[in-house]
Design a protein around this ligand. Structure first.
Ligand code: SF4
Length: 223
């Protein structure tokens, strides 16, 4: 599409009615997956290294509320382009096109930046979690369950909060949880050859990386 065609689609002063393909949505954030997107994982359009599990209790930006929140349920999201950015890795900055356009996830299909009604209605409904992906009774489901039992984010946050109230009081428990989290990742990686990126999908982001954002959230919330 030519620049003239883009301009003709949305003339100054007119109400926008279609996508300008400016790429700004994709540059800001990739989508969270819904149950309908499960086939994209099954068909390997989206690979483990493309995704990250945001576990219950993790701090995340609520795009609708426009502020950071602690998640009340797990989400699976397309990972950011790099560590410092949530820009979608499927956005091609040269062409401003989506590299998986035919297979783009539900949120991308619903998002109309000029009319957010549909995306707002669907935003927190039927979101995907690892329980939907890993078959019941599978080894993967079992490992994830053990990890969740030993390293739940909410319990980790509680330890951090107590330690911030009384410095040093919970540092041993905090370090034990971080060490267990690291060990289970290392063992899994040794047995499966999963990449470091894959681990963020199988086990969520490492607790040691969540510590600083969680402490910042606690400070903000309780100061
Ligand atoms: S999957 Fe495609 S449409 Fe969706 S945010 Fe990424 S680049 Fe944009």
């Amino acid at each position: 599409m030519t620049e003239q065609q883009y301009a003709d689609m949305n003339k100054p002063g007119e109400i926008q009615t279609q996508c300008l393909r400016c790429g700004s949505c994709c540059r800001k954030n990739g989508p969270v997956l819904h149950l309908g997107d499960l086939k994209l994982i099954r068909e390997k359009i989206l690979l483990p290294g493309d995704l990250v599990a945001l576990r219950k209790g993790e701090p995340a930006l609520d795009n609708i509320a426009g502020r950071p929140v602690l998640l009340t349920r797990e989400l699976i999201k397309v990972r950011g382009k790099n560590q410092n950015s949530w820009a979608c890795p499927f956005h091609d900055p040269q062409s401003n096109l989506c590299l998986i356009h035919q297979h783009r996830p539900l949120q991308c299909r619903l998002l109309e930046c000029w009319n957010t009604r549909e995306i707002t209605a669907a935003y927190d409904k039927n979101t995907l979690s690892r329980n939907d992906v890993f078959s019941r009774g599978s080894a993967m489901e079992e490992i994830v369950a053990v990890h969740e039992q030993k390293c739940p984010v909410e319990a980790f946050t509680d330890l951090l909060r107590q330690d911030m109230d009384s410095p040093g009081k919970k540092s041993r428990d905090i370090n034990e949880m971080i060490t267990y989290d690291e060990r289970i990742r290392r063992v899994f990686q040794g047995k499966t050859q999963a990449s470091a990126q894959d681990l963020d999908y199988y086990f969520g982001r490492p607790l040691k990386d969540l510590r600083t954002p969680l402490e910042a959230f606690i400070r903000q919330r309780f100061s």
